[in-house]
Ligand binder design. Structure first.
Ligand code: COA
Length: 164
């Protein structure tokens, strides 16, 4: 599938509400969707998108297919699930369901890691549910588990961006 990748434009930031909702982990055994309100009612979730674009570390790259944004990865340094410290941006990523499992997510992540490197960041973190298959994707990209995340269901993962 031929996708292109580019920075998200300011007039597209509202799409992050959708992508945050899509990023919420639903275990394979769960047959219900989570209510959308959760993104506004959980402060650590909402922190990852609230007034996006207003903070110095706010960076977002989208995947576009046939002129439509189908996925996004975004970085910011706030008290959200993937936060490590106040110098390390943390990442969130999701694709709309029908575009998953086709190699787009890993390319999108690589674009973001290159961007963060070029902007001079030393490391990047993220939080991920321990049961989420995305743990495998993050390991492939060089993220290491450094311990429990915001609660015992989550891992906190960290990657150095220093050149080898
Ligand atoms: C996580 C996500 C962004 C990955 O993007 P993707 O395009 O689906 O993933 P890719 O096709 O690039 O796969 C990259 C690697 O991830 C892992 N992976 C992807 N889908 C998987 C699945 N269904 N089961 C197990 N591993 C999977 C594999 O290691 C894969 O590499 P491989 O194909 O060489 O084995 C996407 O699936 C998604 O939006 N998921 C829902 C939201 C989410 O969980 N976000 C992360 C929150 S921390």
């Amino acid at each position: 599938m031929n996708c292109s990748f580019r920075k998200m434009r300011g007039d597209e930031y509202y799409l992050l509400e959708d992508f945050l909702y899509e990023a919420i982990f639903i275990p394979p055994w769960c047959d219900r969707d989570v209510p959308r309100d959760i993104i506004y009612n959980d402060p650590k979730l909402y922190a990852s998108i609230e007034n996006f674009g207003s903070l110095p570390d706010d960076l977002c790259i989208v995947a576009e297919y046939n002129g439509t944004v189908i996925g996004a990865v975004w970085a910011r340094t706030v008290d959200e699930y993937g936060n490590f410290d106040n110098e390390t941006p943390s990442l969130s990523i999701s694709l709309y369901r029908e575009y998953r499992g086709r190699g787009i997510g890993i390319k999108l992540m690589k674009e973001m890691l290159d961007l963060l490197k070029s902007e001079g960041y030393e490391k990047v973190s993220l939080g991920v549910n321990k049961e989420n298959y995305a743990v495998k994707l993050y390991r492939k990209l060089g993220f290491k588990i450094i311990g429990d995340g915001a609660n015992e269901t989550e891992w906190l993962m960290l990657k150095s961006l220093r050149q080898a």
